[in-house]
Design a protein around this ligand. Structure first.
Ligand code: GDP
Ligand code: IMO
Ligand code: MG
Length: 423
């Protein structure tokens, strides 16, 4: 059976949640493998809208097991709140498992995230979600992190917690960081760890068992390729491997287990937070895409920056992810435009290249080279087959697939589950 990895191939918010929900119709298990509650994955079913931050988007299907695997950094209080909110809406969360090997986001990680952002000089701020993601992954790399398995040993956890809180107050207090009230913070944490205890599992075992049983596994990426700590627009990135390689280290599945890679591609580009964005539109058109596409962060509510589809960057991203199939989303947002542009080259210091630069100072000097295509000026929201699409929309998609050398497998023409079709 298939082990499918699904990743965002831009700067996140491509519509991964929606496509995961669609693909989950055939999946036995959905697994998050990196990131944390910096993610906001939206699923709309009929009139109901769900925004998932840590819990896999498969949770909305009745018979699908869901796993928060070892590669994540998990805020125990955030997870408990998300589980309770879903339970309150009639969703069964008993089929959720939390890896004993995941790392936990502690309250001082969130305070440190805010402290680092606030103290950074102009031009150095990353524009993080302030969920403590960077400091928690830093603690993991520094070998001072607290892992999910400590939830099973409350006394041990409390000792580590108090040591960590004291260390934070001692080190960062004198520098002006917000102090942490360890007693109050532990009281809050203790409630969350009691709540989460039954869900902590060795998920490497359960994931491999599911493979043995022939279940279809769907590995749900968070963020997107240009936020990848190795391949993104460093340092304006998140702190994990958001590309398909991260799916193996983040779950304990070997590379040869993966049978297909889905890349979710928005029909235009967005970015939330700081950092280079060559095709960003600073004019009315950028504002138009933001309004029509509802481009406001699902986690922080911040407006997303918008621009034309950057095929140069997307090609790099399809290459490093090994994308087999693209799911193209938000085609409907382009419905009313007279002209649509595609960036097919970067002019840097007068020279045109199709290579994606590693250096953000090169990125900042990019003048995009555009190809222009006529718009289709027809609503696509009711389209359910390729033939239902206007000819210019089909031409647009054909050009995108050709440039990216990838096959389009799904097209999405609206936020709802039913506004999707396979190609
Ligand atoms: P994710 O982080 O990749 O899961 O994406 P987000 O949920 O943060 O952002 C995608 C937004 O676009 C959500 O509000 C979705 O409901 C919405 N969306 C997804 N697909 C489509 C689509 O094809 N058309 C439109 N108009 N909206 C979509
Ligand atoms: P989903 O999964 C879009 C961005 C932040 C910031 C940078 C670092 O919904 O696509 P962090 O808090 O991770 O240290 O912030 O990454 N970012 C996202 N942007 N979608 C996301 O997730 C994001 N998660 C983080 O805005 O620029
Ligand atoms: Mg999102």
């Amino acid at each position: 059976m298939a082990v499918s990895v699904l990743v965002g191939v831009q700067w996140g918010d491509e519509g991964k949640g929606k496509i995961i929900d669609v693909l989950t119709a055939d999946a036995g298990m959905v697994i998050r493998f990196q990131g944390g509650n910096n993610a906001g994955h939206t699923v709309e079913i009929g009139d109901e809208k769900f925004v998932l931050h840590l819990i896999p988007s498969g949770i909305l299907r009745k018979d699908t097991d869901c796993v928060i695997a070892n590669g994540l950094v998990v805020d125990p209080i955030g997870l408990m709140d998300e589980m309770k909110a879903l339970t309150g809406r009639g969703i069964d969360v008993s089929k959720l498992q939390l890896s004993c090997r995941c790392h936990l986001i502690m309250p001082w990680h969130k305070l440190l995230d805010a402290y680092n952002e606030n103290k950074a000089a102009a031009g150095k701020k990353i524009g993080t979600t302030k969920r403590g993601i960077g400091p928690a992954y830093a603690a993991k790399a520094n070998r001072t992190g607290i892992r999910g398995l400590e939830i099973l040993h409350k006394d041990r956890f409390e000792k580590l917690f108090r040591e960590g809180a004291e260390d934070y107050n001692r080190t960062y207090g004198p520098l002006g960081a917000e102090p942490l009230d360890a007693d109050k913070a532990w009281a809050e944490m203790a409630i969350a760890i009691d709540y989460l205890k039954p869900y902590v599992k060795d998920t490497v075992v359960t994931i491999h068992q599911a493979v043995k049983e022939g279940k279809h596994l769907l590995l749900e990426g968070a963020q997107g390729a240009f936020l990848d700590i190795d391949h993104g627009t460093y340092p304006f990135v998140t702190s994990s491997n958001t590309t398909s390689g991260g799916a193996c280290t983040g779950t304990g599945l070997p590379p040869k287990a993966v049978t297909e890679v889905w890349g979710v591609l928005k029909a235009y580009m967005t970015r939330v937070g700081e950092g280079p964005f060559p095709t960003e539109l600073h004019d009315d058109l950028g504002k138009y895409l933001q309004d029509k596409g509802g481009e406001f962060g699902a986690t922080t509510g911040r407006p997303r920056r918008c621009g034309w589809l950057d095929l140069v960057a997307s090609k790099y991203s399809c290459m490093i992810n090994g994308v087999d199939y693209l799911a193209v989303t938000k085609l409907d947002v382009l419905d009313d435009l007279d002209e649509i542009k595609l960036c097919t080259g970067y002019r840097i210091d007068g020279k045109v290249t199709t290579d994606f630069p590693a250096d953000v100072s090169d990125m900042a000097r990019i003048e995009p080279v555009y190809e222009s295509m006529p718009g289709w000026k027809t609503s696509t929201v009711e389209a359910r087959t390729m033939d239902d699409l206007p000819e210019n929309a089909r031409k647009y998609l054909k050009r995108v697939a050709e440039f990216l050398d990838a096959k389009i497998g799904i097209i999405s023409v609206g936020p709802r589950r039913d506004q999707t079709f396979r190609v």
